[in-house]
Design a protein around this ligand. Structure first.
Ligand code: ZN
Length: 407
């Protein structure tokens, strides 16, 4: 059966922690199911974008899914808006947006407008604004989030964020990041739209209502992460595998949509620590028993705990993943399990440390002597050390689908 599931546990890799007896959270966690899989499979370690390089979650996933970031990555905005179901066209420049609150001096007082939950009526006012041949498209995301696309000729993604990323600071004007007409034009157009958006939002009757209720007005569009959209070869065309993406977090749904996968809505998949991991695995099993050939499954909270420096939380969450991984023990397809990058609790941020990787498939993989799924145990495994871009070719090879090079 030419089918595979790729499970990515975000930010799983870590460094030894004194309180855990100099073990990592993954090494210290009780993980009988993952260890059984390691015993049945072949293990290795992986650096998503290269040795010692600190990947973002967007770049690392693109590489793991087989897309060279030098060619395909121009910024996070395009991936995020794809995740909202917005259709991108070649030449679009897309942003991640927030509806935030500014005072009369344009100083940000709340980047999320009191964590506003329904931005629909506000975003409606911004969708379709037009200026100098460019149209702004806007669509609500979850909570305070908004997807923004600029569409029209002559745009560049080489412009800075207007979002100052902190409160108590005046919103920035978007600035060109290179000396080019396109970048200067794009910054000019975006700044115009943001001024216009502020005028419209400020005067929206719903904001008058919000102020009466003591809530901060959703009166400013903060934009960041400009990305330029170039057509990307869909995953199915690239590998001949009909693929689905199962994730809670917007970025990861976006990665699925961006690479042309079908993005599943799985009830209980939140991208948060409370996510229903078993529901995700069941959805993947169901898809692979049906017409799908490839399932990309993403679990986020390992990274969230790492960024909080909460190694006990990370360890406990890993044990929850392991409990659900019982569902995968007898899966009749190739299973690849890895992470996109390390997020060591001691650093509270992504690092360039390699992550563990294992591939399981009876009769497909050359099993090695590794019997536990951990950063150091996997480093001694039969897969050795791979880069992210080598993961998909190896999966394709193990499935028996790789093309003969030469004669
Ligand atoms: Zn990540």
């Amino acid at each position: 059966m030419h089918k595979a599931m790729l499970l990515v546990m975000d930010g799983l890799g870590d460094r030894p922690i004194k309180d855990l007896g100099w073990l990592t959270p993954l090494e210290a966690a009780r993980t009988p199911n993952l260890d059984t899989l390691a015993t049945r499979g072949v293990c290795g370690v992986m650096n998503a974008i290269g040795l010692g390089l600190r990947p973002g979650s967007d770049t690392s996933h693109l590489a793991i899914l087989g897309y060279d970031i030098d060619q395909y990555y121009t910024g996070r905005g395009t991936i995020e808006v794809a995740g909202l179901g917005m259709e991108l066209e070649e030449g679009d420049v897309a942003f991640r947006g927030n509806l935030g609150t500014v005072d009369e001096n344009l100083v940000v007082t709340d980047r999320r407008a009191g964590r506003i939950s329904d931005t629909g009526p506000f975003v409606q006012e911004l969708n379709g604004l037009h200026y100098q041949g460019i149209t702004m498209l806007a669509q609500p995301g979850t909570g305070h989030r908004v997807g923004v696309i600029l569409r029209g000729p002559g745009l560049s993604s080489l412009i800075s964020d207007n979002d100052p990323h902190e409160v108590g600071v005046k919103v920035h004007a978007a600035l060109p990041l290179e000396d080019s007409k396109k970048a200067a034009f794009t910054a000019h157009v975006l700044n115009h739209f943001l001024t216009e958006a502020h005028r419209l939002l400020k005067n929206n009757p719903l904001n008058v209502e919000r102020l009466k209720q003591g809530k901060p007005a959703a009166n400013y569009l903060l934009a960041r992460g400009a990305g330029y959209y170039k057509k990307i070869e869909p995953f199915e065309k690239r590998y001949g595998l009909r693929a689905c993406a199962i994730a809670g977090g917007g970025l990861y749904k976006g990665l699925g949509a961006f690479t042309g996968m079908d993005v599943f809505k799985v009830s209980g998949a939140t991208g948060l620590p409370d996510t229903d991991i078993a529901a995700k695995f069941k959805a993947a099993l169901h898809a692979l028993q049906g017409t799908y050939d490839f399932a990309f499954v993403h679990v986020k909270a390992t990274d969230t705990y790492g960024e909080d420096g909460d190694y006990r939380g990370k360890l406990a969450f890993i044990e929850r993943i392991d409990a659900a991984a019982g569902l995968l023990l007898d899966a009749p397809f190739l299973l690849a399990v890895t992470a996109d990058h390390s997020t060591p609790c001691a650093l509270k941020r992504h690092s360039g440390d390699p992550v563990p990787l294992m591939m399981i498939g009876e009769g497909l993989v050359r099993t090695d002597h590794i019997t536990t799924f951990g950063e150091r145990s996997c480093a001694r495994g039969g897969l050795g050390r791979l880069t992210g871009l080598q993961v998909m070719p190896e999966i394709i090879n193990l499935l028996g689908l790789s093309r003969l090079i030469g004669d």
